[in-house]
Ligand binder design. Sequence first.
Ligand code: ADP
Ligand code: GN1
Ligand code: MG
Length: 368
Amino acid sequence: MNNDYNFEEVIKQFNYKGDLVDIQPYGAGHINDTFAVTFHRPHGNNVRYILQRINTRIFKEPEKLMENIENVTEFLKKKIIASGGNPKRETLNLVYTTNHKPFYCSSFGGYWRSYVFIEGAQTYQVVESLQHFYNAGKALGNFEELLSDFPAKKLHETIPNFHNTKIRYEEFLQVLAEDKMNRAKDVQKEIEFVLERGKETTVLVELLNSGKLPLRVTHNDTKFNNVMIDNDTGEGVCVIDLDTIMPGSALYDFGDSIRSGANPAEEDERDLSKVSMDLQLFEHFTRGFLEGTKHSLTDTEIEYLPFAAKLMTFECGIRFLSDHLNGDTYFKIHRENHNLDRARTQFKMVEDMDKKFNEMKAIVDKYR
Ligand code: ADP
Ligand code: GN1
Ligand code: MG
């Protein structure tokens, strides 16, 4: 356990009931520091909460970020109640501080927040069943549908230009020109791969700017481990990790889900022969997503779904490769060349999507 954190100070700020019995690092996110904290209630069971330190190197305005999360979860709660759902499980529930704030700014540094732990469900790094991925698609489509009348103006942009692939590409060119760590010489093949495809990075940005694609309230970080899957029913019970909720495109959410879930291997798999874009997985997610959105996507959105899957995968690869060249300052790494390994899996997926592009289009047409 990392002793840099003064848990005693942090834990007493939140409205937890019972005696603290355990604190454990939790989950496999690349950004925040996440812990599961367990309390024992007198005459009762143990109760768990999620406690997170927000990564303020990445999220520079945590107060605004928390305002987004409060507004969105309150909005979702009302809708879930109105449709007879369970608001304690189907959306994140913040635990407030004793001062009625949604976060605590600690004396030793860092912004902390806490959520009710969603029990009886789990997240997966790799999809283990087609049904799970179909259900994740349904849950994410439904999430967008529920937020379709959320007042987008109320949202702060927590990371400006997050999915502006054109700007991501320009930033890559800059990092490459600087080559701070002198690593470019060892990754020429990957650099070439990016440079050859640079032109494609403007497509969605231009469609959005010209109004041909609608701006919606989107999640923007829809990797499979950001959907909690119910242990009994296999349903996508709750969409979590709401740090990047911002105005965006449904194509970002669809594309990022395919990027992370349609690959039967881990995101950092070193044996690239195991990495691919599995068409069966693609089909299950697509069917679920289109059902979840209640078929409300426009023709242009539907037309660009396969392209978005490829572009979001390419964008993520660019981000991993940029971070590798830049000395691994953004994504958490756990071994040498970790971001390079991650970039390679993304580029392998892009290549595979190129080969299977017509089949992906045919699948989308089947369910539109
Ligand atoms: P990061 O931004 O670092 O990815 P997440 O908010 O996704 O952080 O949390 C990391 C992991 O913690 C998730 O993948 C999930 O397994 C777990 N987790 C997060 N929130 C909850 C919750 N409310 N209940 C249960 N598990 C959760
Ligand atoms: C990060 O936070 P996490 O691990 O769910 C990243 C995503 C990337 C993803 C790649 C805020 O997601 O954009 O697609 O890693 N989140 C942020 O695995 O940058
Ligand atoms: Mg996450």
